[in-house]
Ligand binder design. Structure first.
Ligand SMILES: Nc1ncnc2c1ncn2[C@@H]1O[C@H](COP(=O)(O)OP(=O)(O)O)[C@@H](O)[C@H]1O
Length: 177
């Protein structure tokens, strides 16, 4: 499928609070690629099923969501953001970035967001156990999975710059520069 794309598809993943939305918004502005916030799309397209009382969040209808996303991904040119990555088809993405944040900083960001109790604990543990990094490495070829620190505004700026450079290089390689 990547052969049919005239622009790349990028996946940005990581634990909630690591900076996916902020990074993707800046990246979208800098590259002109379309930012797809999968959680928002799931809400807008009715892909959320019954509420899970244990985690305080609704259950995702993955098959329905993938059907919604497929035509958007087919043409390329997307920056996809989600706190999960192993249920997307591997062929969708040209590169995968996993944002990482120190536990203490993440704890503070999530507390500020209003997370508490089990939800807060589970998300911080998800980061401590590098769950998303392992998930990405398990689901995609290791050469395309990159871990990026996202602790400070400077690091975010560096990450955006690095991804912009990668997009420029991809365009040159594919004759679309
Ligand atoms: N690299 C960073 N440096 C400083 N603050 C950050 C960084 N990344 C994210 N933040 C802050 O953390 C909060 C969560 O960021 P957000 O982009 O919503 O994360 P996510 O989309 O991964 O849940 C926001 O207030 C954001 O400004």
């Amino acid at each position: 499928m990547s052969e049919n794309r005239t622009l790349p598809n990028i996946l940005v993943t990581g634990t909630p609070g690591v900076g996916k939305s902020t990074t993707c918004e800046q990246l979208s502005e800098a590259t002109g690629l379309r930012w797809l916030n999968v959680s928002e799309i799931a809400r807008e397209t009715d892909c959320l099923d019954e509420f899970d009382p244990q985690y305080g969040c609704p259950v995702l209808n993955e098959d329905k969501l993938l059907d919604e996303l497929e035509p958007r991904l087919a043409t390329g040119g997307n920056i996809v953001e989600y706190h999960g990555c192993d249920f997307f088809p591997e062929r969708w993405f040209d590169i995968v970035f996993v944002l990482r944040t120190d536990n203490k900083l993440l704890y503070d960001r999530l507390t500020k967001r209003g997370y508490s109790g089990k939800k807060l604990e589970e998300n911080v543990q998800c980061e401590i156990f590098q769950t998303l990094l392992d998930e990405a490495r398990g689901a995609y070829s290791n050469e395309i999975v990159h871990e990026l620190p996202s602790n400070t505004p400077d690091q975010m700026e560096e990450n955006v710059e690095r991804i912009c450079q990668w997009v420029s290089a991809w365009k040159v390689d594919h004759g679309v520069a």
